[in-house]
Design a protein. Sequence first.
Length: 439
Amino acid sequence: MTGGLVNVRYELPGPRSKQLFERWSHVEAQCAGYQAKVVWEKALGVMVTDVDGNTFLDWTSGVLVTNVGHCHPDLVKAIQRACEKLLNNYECLTEARVEAAEKLISVLPAHLDKCFFFSTGSEATEAALRVMKRKSGKFEIISFYGAFHGRTYAALSAGGLPGPKKGYGPTVPGSIRVPYPNCYRCPLRAKPETCDFLCLDYLDDAVRANSTGSLAGVIVEPYQGAAGFIFPPEGWLSRLEEWIRSHNLLFTLDEVQSSFGRTGKFFAMEWEGLTPDVVCIGKGIGSGVPASAIAARGEVLAVLKSGDMSSTMGGNPVASEAVVAVVDIMRRERLEENALRIGRIMKDRLREMMGKSSHIGDVRGMGLVMGVELVKDKTTKEPAPELAKKLIDLAAQHGLLIGAVGTFGNVIRVAPPLVISEEQAEESLDIFERALDQL
């Protein structure tokens, strides 16, 4: 397809891409998720160019990472300057690390006054789980069906998806999982208009049945990305926090995916004025540079003494400069506002498509993070993962890069970089609708 902003000159994969996929298959384990047969070469803003010279619009942001856009010039310059001076110094202090911490604290709610840097989201969630256990002196963690907190051991143990832990034997003791409010596929078979947050009532039953009396805290995502972009009803997170406080537990909010403007506010916790004790931050904080962090109340992190927490790459000079640059770009370009404005346009259009399509069962989300759930039948809601794979390939052939997530692998990820323009949004939606019509 040619014309507009995209230009796909070859049937995918193109000749150079095909060669690289063949070479790759011989040397690296093929255990990543399903993606379009495109070998990326470069990207700028919302546009991606592959090794065959094809150009695409991007609805993936890598994987909700490049919030300030691919290769934002100011971010690239900051990284280049950092690389010329110093690449790694482990725990020795640099001015860049101090500035990164100051920048991060400056954009967080006031009660979160301390932070610590890591390099991946899994590192951050692992650290948060350890902090809750150390602070409370207890070991049980409540988490949720459908949760994804990472692929390291404590993180996958708290998670509520089968994939990350399947076949790996016993998980970390003390993980108590409870239902998350998936209103399209309610695990309790309730109706949204009458349930009155029934899944929160289940919390007390779960504690009575499973706790040994050693509850440390609760970890939850503002929305569940890996499970298929599951968004709780308005007010549910506030009610959950009330329950946590009434039981004198620690509260960790996993904002690895939802922070840095993705939902239309800098942090998703701002929508309901949540006051978690610990927040996990990743992905968008580095916007392509591996960086993550936990932020917390000072008295919570005060339980950690010298040597209790470290990270080989966390807070390194390059990542620190990236964090500073990303915060500055976010603030200067007001990207969370753009996410809210463009997100409304895209969601309205996707809902129009849902009304016409026999395969779209649900469209949900906020800001520039949405899920389009594909089903074989709207009445039975039978998941259609094979249609998701087909749609990934069709959309790429027309010039749009998308991905699929979800418990059943049937939810299309709609999460472009936050710099997307209205023109880019409209063209990407046109492409998506064209591909959808070919299913």
